[in-house]
Each structure stands twice: as C-alpha cells, then as structure tokens.
Design a protein around this ligand. Sequence first.
Ligand code: AMP
Length: 195
Amino acid sequence: MIHVIIFGAPGAGKGTQSQFIEQHYHLEHISTGDLLRQEIARQSPLGKRVQSIISQGHLVDDDTIIDLIANELHHLPEGVDGVIFDGFPRTVAQAEALDALLEKDQRSVDCLIELKVPEEELRTRLLNRAKIEGRADDTPEVIADRIRVYNERTLPIVDYYHRKGVHYEVPGAGSIEEITGAIFVAIDKSLQHNK
Ligand code: AMP
C-alpha cells in the first residue's frame, strides 16, 4: 500500500492533479474538503456543525477531521493499491494523528508532494473557480483568509515531512500535463527510495 499526500495552498491544483494520480497509481482519493461538503449537502449533524466554519475559510477542528479520516481508512475499497490524501493533513496535529493511524498497520506516508504556486496566481485561479463552481468559500475576503490560514497553520507540516525525508516539491504553475508528469516523477522517486 502506498500513501501519497498532495499538498499546496488553496487553488494550487490539488483536486485536479489528484484525479490523475488516483488513476495512474490505482489509489483511493480521500479529500476532506469533499467529504465535508457532502455532509453539508446532506444537512447531517456534522454538516450543520461545520458549515459556517468552512464558509468563513477557517479550519474544522482536528478531532473531527481525524475521525473522518480514521473512518475512511477503515472502509477502503477492496483491491486499491493505496491512498491519496487531498486537503489533509492541514495541521501538525493531523499529521501526527495520520502517522499513528498508519503505524497501527505497519504503514507510513511515502511522500508529500508540494505544489508550489505564486500567491497572485492562486488568487486569480480561486476567483475563476468561484465563477465556475460557485463555492461559498471562494469570495475575495474568504480567499484571503484561507491563504492566511494555510500560511500560518498548514505550511508548518512541510517541515514535519521534510525531517522524515518524504517531502518533494513540484512547480505548480505550467500546463496541467507538465505538472502531472513532474508529480509522477516525484512519486516514482519516493517509491524507489522506500523500497
Ligand atoms: P478544501 O476543499 O480542501 O479547500 O477544503 C474546504 C474547507 O474545508 C477548508 O477551507 C476547511 O474549512 C475545511 N477543511 C478541509 N479539510 C480540512 C482539514 N484537513 N482540516 C481542517 N479543515 C478542513
């Protein structure tokens, strides 16, 4: 089983690239943002609890997120070759909890792929996405907050994975195909390394 984290600021292209990675390596795609949006759409108790947090661009509490992930990892479909985590972990506490969950099954994170995109480009992409998808958290004010939260709370996890020797950086600006190619090279390198 392989475990890949696709990492980057909001708008870096994690969702888009996850689809290609998922197909190429035959992985289960776990996106905490998608899972939370499904809960909101269903108006479940969890969905109701997190709705305003998400619409303000803040982070949902670690315990809620870790429960969601633990549940997903317990119910992986038969026959997948691993998992791609998208939008998770977003705090060091989540990264530590993920390690603990995987360790129970003698598993570990193979690589964190960081998509590096200049901040101005991120804002442009998110505003365009707002027009296309109409996500409630893609307004200019909320975008600014999400980027701030990313820099303050989420970026520190790069250091955490860097120290473990599993951090790989990929330029996230360029054509989608070029970026996908660079990601595959980085993942292959990490798998060679961990053999
Ligand atoms: P995303 O689709 O990954 O950009 O996530 C959308 C929103 O869901 C985020 O802005 C957060 O409010 C919430 N969210 C998603 N994943 C997490 C996470 N791992 N930890 C905390 N909040 C999250």
